[in-house]
Design a protein around this ligand. Structure first.
Ligand code: COA
Ligand code: MG
Length: 284
């Protein structure tokens, strides 16, 4: 298990940012070839992004390519796979159906088996097909909810209430497929309070993390998605009480401790351990 509390984007046409994203402390760092890069800069950005995908220690490295249903996306995947990266994540935007994932899966399998996949669900069609999309390849490491694109597709505001169904539907699909799920970056990228509020709300719905477009948002995101000291203490107490009970039933603070409760607590402890294990690589 690796922690995926945060993903920091940087446009691939700004190479001066590459060292900064890597040093930002984000769990996943992602160069963008898609909407943050203007058409005239696509080719140079692609050339700069290809060597970024490695299995080097430190944060998980991703490159968001252009949608596979367009020429730029095909150029991106060709360039990345031909370089046979030693690791990293090929991140597919605007995924509309499982066939798109299967195509990417087959190409990766043939040409660059060290690569993982990630998908961005941000269209009405992609939302409707989310279960099939997320189950289409065992290579999918995480999914991102593209709330801004989806809001435009649905004709609604980028606000919590109109996007609640989409968020919950994705939580369901991601849990079923066993992939991590990150929330859309906050548009108010310097507003720590807004980012913290959005991150806490996403966690409460079942998201494992939230993306960011500026490093200033990372501390609030990490705080929201890491288990708190109280949560860890409670999880330790519950697990200990359960293990000490002879018959698989325990009572702690007047509450029954059952198997599903223990599972949830073990998840908290596993996340704590994964965060601690990722830390040394981060501070190098
Ligand atoms: N990754 C790493 N470092 C970043 C960064 C990022 N995404 N955005 C800003 N920084 C750095 C800046 O280089 C600057 O570093 P310095 O102190 O060494 O000079 C510092 O953080 C403060 O930056 P600031 O001046 O506040 O931001 P900016 O005005 O330069 O940039 C944005 C603002 C939004 C243009 C920029 O953050 C950005 O391009 N974000 C990514 C957008 C993106 O990829 N979108 C696609 C996905 S939705
Ligand atoms: Mg988008």
């Amino acid at each position: 298990m690796r922690p995926r509390r945060s993903l920091l984007f940087a446009p691939a046409n700004r190479p001066e940012l590459f060292a900064k994203v890597l040093a930002s402390g984000a769990d996943i760092v992602c160069l963008d070839l898609e909407d943050a890069v203007p058409p005239a800069a696509k080719a140079a950005a692609r050339a700069a992004a290809v060597p970024f995908l490695t299995a080097d220690p430190g944060p998980e490295r991703a490159v968001r390519i252009n949608a596979l249903r367009g020429l730029e996306g095909l150029r991106d995947i060709e360039a990345i796979l031909s370089a046979r990266p030693s690791g990293g994540v090929l991140f597919l935007p605007k995924v509309r159906d499982a066939g798109e994932v299967r195509l990417a899966h087959d190409l990766v399998e043939e040409a660059a088996p060290a690569l993982a996949l990630a998908v961005l669900i941000e269209t009405a069609e992609g939302l409707a097909n989310a279960h099939d999309i997320l189950a289409a390849s065992p290579r999918i490491a995480f999914a991102l909810f593209g709330g801004v694109d989806l809001a435009a597709d649905l004709g609604v505001q980028v606000a919590p209430e109109p996007l609640l169904y989409a968020r919950s539907a994705l939580v369901h699909a991601a849990a079923r497929a066993g992939v991590d799920l990150l929330d859309v970056p906050a548009l108010a990228f310097r507003d720590g309070e807004t980012i913290a509020r959005e991150a806490r709300a996403a966690r409460a719905l079942g998201f494992t993390g939230k993306a960011a477009i500026h490093p200033a948002g990372l501390p609030a995101i990490h705080e929201a998605f890491a288990p708190s000291a109280e949560e860890i203490a409670r999880a330790e107490a519950v697990v200990a009480a359960y293990r000490a009970s002879p018959n698989g039933l325990a009572v702690l603070d007047g509450r029954l401790v059952e198997k599903p409760v223990v599972r949830a607590m073990e998840r908290i402890l596993a996340l704590r351990d994964a965060i601690a294990a990722a830390q040394p690589a981060r501070t190098e």
